[in-house]
Design a protein around this ligand. Structure first.
Ligand code: PEP
Ligand code: MG
Length: 863
């Protein structure tokens, strides 16, 4: 019932129903939240009555009464949306305390220190969350009291001193808000409920929703639950843990806890949490396994039950009150890509889930994280400090101390590292824009760690030996003093922080990675090829499992220093002979290019696209360049300038490009076809393996265009075969990247052996949206829901997708054997891949690093 009760409420109810120890409580549903916002921030009429009844049931279960002056029931009020939004929403604990009930709590618990500690916590949380008092006002006063009392730890403060702190807190509330702290428990309860609903619309929740595509109308639920206390003495504790290691996926009980503390102490980084398992503890640490053995044993039992029940790694919160364990939360644990992979494979091997489920468990886009660089072990380095390895990968960048500045600098293309004492949800936007995040306080479950892991950002957390001075804009560690703007390097895999920029190396992939890829390959139907033109890219693609090249953009090969001169000579030539000479000079280069691709891709299909971009792209743009290049070409500056002017177009993307060039300058395509066929014959002879080259004509809008270019190509092929005294199988196909081509695909298919949908241009021309200029307004469209996603990233299924479907169906109606692929950027986007699977394409082609992503996405789409 997650949609109705929110994740937290649904899982609390489920844990209670499978017999786990959960304090009694009730949930105000997400429907109430939606109704609240729809009705001008007003509650449904019967809500108050239902809340009163539910509260009464908690009282009965606990044998306590809310607001009772002798033995008061205290409750927690916590938000819980459908999907977990860590740290985004607000929580109030110890609700129901006032000057009278605190005395009752002191008497009934026999522990005045505990009662007054709980009271000050309540004012602190309620004051900031519900009443909007800046949190640090309370922290400052507490720090000051600790200094006066000469104590380091909160737990050393006496009841009497907490009483003074409470008085101080109340004064702060009055001073900051002009209102007295509310004493009536019912008013407190409704204040907290309203604050939770209100927090659904606060800016940080809004940011999180935007980053994670969560609709605003889902709303949050509110959970009201009897308090249990982890701060009632040395046999009490509170903790946060994961049923497996969320960084590596290792099957060990992983987490942190604190004795004599309440939940927020663990994540707030005020005291240093201790490890759960004795195995993972250093000598000076106090693991829960040895400090609270009974509760720990019970927790191990619960861990097992939870994994069996949910069949996934869980992230849990618990409290131990007087050696008794209570579960406060369970949810599917966020994890790194490496952990997701390991956990999925392990659980499938343990028989907890099926192989198909394991495939579904790993988000394809997260594989990017595994393909992250790590530090070069041989690189020189100076270690600055060490923190916790909170989120893997290596990242270098300039030190920046605020999220705002991170965003500004990242927008200018700079690599920056966000350095904070600790992060809060306000920093999320900056964490997103940074290369990495470094904090000096907090553990593996601190805000920075959890959020960075979820985003795939490199993070080193809790590097306690670093001192950050926001005012002076410096970071000090030992003898090193670094300023804002100085470079550091983070190793999120070890927690090390280095001075300056340390060299990185490309990732090596684990055995689990190839296992999952193997499972995915077994179930997927779509083939996956790569877009590649350099030997390097082709090799990377092959290493990542590409099943051929789906797009070789030959124009990229024209820019090499050894050939651009010939290309320019070709463009400048007035006489056919001069043009022919320049083109002939290019032939051996192209033949070598293609031969090396055929060698690397031996046994696999390679699609080579003939020249596509308008010719002016090969001419210099600036004046100084113009002079130099004219000299190099042996041309006058005026002649070069005149040629450039003649080639300039108002709308080059709709101008003289693609097959239109091949029709105007058939010699260029003829040279390319010759180079392809000669290279194919050469490599076939070399390797004994049949190469089947696929020649692709770009930007075809009409059958007549493909007819003409195909015939010209076939003449060249026939000539090459005659010269070489041999033949080869080959294909001639076209890109479908103009709406007219998709609409008339049935005719075009008569002369095409294959179609490759160029969804970049097809998006551009279908939406009338320039690939190069849309950046100035497209983000607004996405932010404001005019478009669900950037259509250049994820295919616009209704519009562009409709044309792809039409093109595929009509093409196949003419020629059932027609091979269909896609080579626009969408070929590497999981959501688009799911669509291409539905349409029944044969393959997708994407950049080499996206190949694993596409293989997994194709498998998920097939399941
Ligand atoms: C396309 O248009 O989708 C395509 C792959 O070609 P290019 O991006 O080179 O225009
Ligand atoms: Mg294109």
């Amino acid at each position: 019932m997650r949609n109705l009760l929110g994740g937290k409420g649904a899982n609390l109810a489920e844990m209670a129903s499978i017999g786990l120890p959960v304090p009694p409580g009730f949930t105000i549903t997400t429907e109430v939240c939606s109704a609240f916002y729809e009705n001008g921030n007003a509650y449904p009429d019967d809500l108050a009555g239902q809340v009163a009844t539910a509260l009464h049931r908690i009282e009965t279960a606990m044998g306590l009464t809310f607001g009772d002056a002798n033995a008061p029931l205290l409750v927690s009020v916590r938000s819980g949306a459908r999907v977990s939004m860590p740290g985004m929403m607000d929580t109030v604990l110890n609700l129901g305390l006032n000057d009278e009930t605190v005395e009752g709590l002191a008497r009934s618990s026999g522990d005045a220190r505990f009662a007054w500690d709980s009271y000050r916590r309540f004012i602190q949380m309620y004051g900031s969350v519900v009443m909007g008092v800046p949190h640090h006002r309370f922290e400052d006063l507490l720090e000051q009291s600790k200094r006066t009392l000469n104590v380091a730890d909160d737990t050393a403060i006496s009841a009497e001193s907490w009483r003074d702190v409470v008085e101080g807190y109340k004064e702060i509330v009055l001073r900051e808000t002009g209102k007295h702290f509310p004493t009536d428990p019912q008013a407190q309860l409704w204040g907290a409920v309203s604050a939770v609903f209100g927090s659904w619309m606060n800016p940080r929740a809004h940011t999180y929703r935007r980053l994670h595509d969560i609709p605003a109308n889902w709303g949050t639920a509110v959970n009201v639950q009897a308090m249990v206390f982890g701060n009632m003495g040395e046999d009490c504790a509170t903790g946060v843990c994961f049923t497996r290691d969320p960084s590596t996926g290792e099957n060990i009980f992983y987490g942190e806890y604190l004795v004599n503390a309440q939940g927020e102490d663990v994540v707030a980084g005020i005291r240093t949490p201790q490890p759960m398992s004795a195995l993972r503890a250093a000598a000076e640490q106090r693991p829960m396994e040895t400090v609270l053995p009974e509760a720990y044993a019970e927790l191990l039992r619960v861990r097992d039950l939870l994994e069996k029940h949910y069949r996934d790694m869980q992230d849990i919160e618990f409290t131990v009150q007087s050696n008794t364990l209570y579960m406060l939360q369970t949810r599917t644990g966020k994890r790194t890509a490496a952990a997701a992979l390991k956990i999925a494979i392990d659980m499938a091997r343990e028989g907890l889930i099926t192989q198909e489920e394991a495939i579904q468990r790993v988000p394809p886009a997260s594989l990017d994280q595994l393909l992250h660089p790590t530090l070069d072990p041989n690189a020189e380095r100076t270690q600055l400090a060490r923190g916790l390895p909170a989120s893997p990968g290596a990242a270098a960048g300039a030190i920046v101390f605020t999220a705002e500045e991170v965003e500004e600098r990242a927008a200018q293309g700079q690599d920056v590292i966000l350095v904070r004492i600790e992060t809060s949800p306000e920093d999320v936007h900056g964490m997103h824009a940074a290369r990495g995040v470094l904090t000096t306080r907090g553990g593996m479950t601190s805000h920075a760690a959890v959020v960075a892991r979820g985003m795939g950002r490199v993070c080193v957390a809790g590097a306690g030996s670093i001192h950050v001075d926001y005012k002076a804009q410096t970071l000090t560690a030992g003898s090193h003093v670094l300023k804002a703007g100085d470079w550091i390097t983070l190793d999120g895999g070890t927690g090390a922080v280095y001075v300056g920029k340390v060299a990185t190396i490309p990732p090596t992939l684990s055995g689990d990675f190839s296992t999952l890829m193997g499972w995915a390959d077994d179930v997927r139907r779509l083939r996956v090829r790569a877009n590649a033109e350099t030997p390097d890219d082709a090799e990377t693609a092959r290493k990542f499992g590409a099943e051929g090249i789906g797009l070789c953009r030959t124009e990229h090969m024209f820019f090499g220093p050894d050939r651009i001169g010939h290309v320019r000579q070709m463009i400048m030539a007035d006489e056919p002979e001069a043009r022919a000479r320049a083109i002939d000079a290019l032939l051996p280069f192209q033949r070598d290019d293609f031969a090396s691709l055929f060698r690397i891709m031996s046994g696999l299909p390679v699609t080579i696209r003939l020249l596509d971009p308008p010719l002016h792209e090969f001419l210099p743009h600036g004046e100084t360049e113009l002079v130099d290049i004219a000299r190099a070409l042996g041309q006058s500056v005026e002649a070069l300038r005149a040629r450039r002017a003649a080639l300039s177009e108002a709308n080059p993307m709709l101008g003289h490009r693609g097959c239109r060039l091949g029709i105007s300058y058939p010699e260029i395509y003829a040279m390319q076809v010759r180079a392809i066929m000669e290279a194919a014959i050469l490599v076939s002879r070399e390797t004994g393996e049949a190469i089947v080259p696929e020649i692709m004509i770009p930007l075809v809008g009409m059958k007549t265009e493909l007819d003409r270019t195909r015939k010209a190509a076939e003449e060249v092929v026939a000539a090459v075969f005659a010269e070489q005294g041999t033949t080869l199988e080959y294909l001639i196909g076209t890109m479908i990247e103009l709406p007219r081509a998709a609409i008339t695909a049935a005719q075009i298919a008569e002369v095409a052996d294959f179609f490759s949908f160029g969804t970049n241009d097809l998006t551009q021309t279908t939406l009338g949206l320039s690939r190069d200029d849309a950046g100035s307004f497209l983000p607004y469209y996405v932010d404001h829901g005019l478009l669900p996603k950037d259509p250049f990233v994820s295919i616009d299924r209704e519009g562009v997708g409709g044309l792809v479907r039409l093109g595929a169906e009509s093409g196949r109606s003419t020629k059932p054997s027609l091979k269909l692929g896609v080579c626009g950027e969408h070929g590497g986007d999981p959501d688009s891949i799911a669509f291409f699977e539905q349409v029944g394409l044969d393959y997708v082609s994407c950049s080499p690093f996206r190949v694993p992503v596409a293989r997994l996405a194709a498998a998920q789409a097939a399941l």
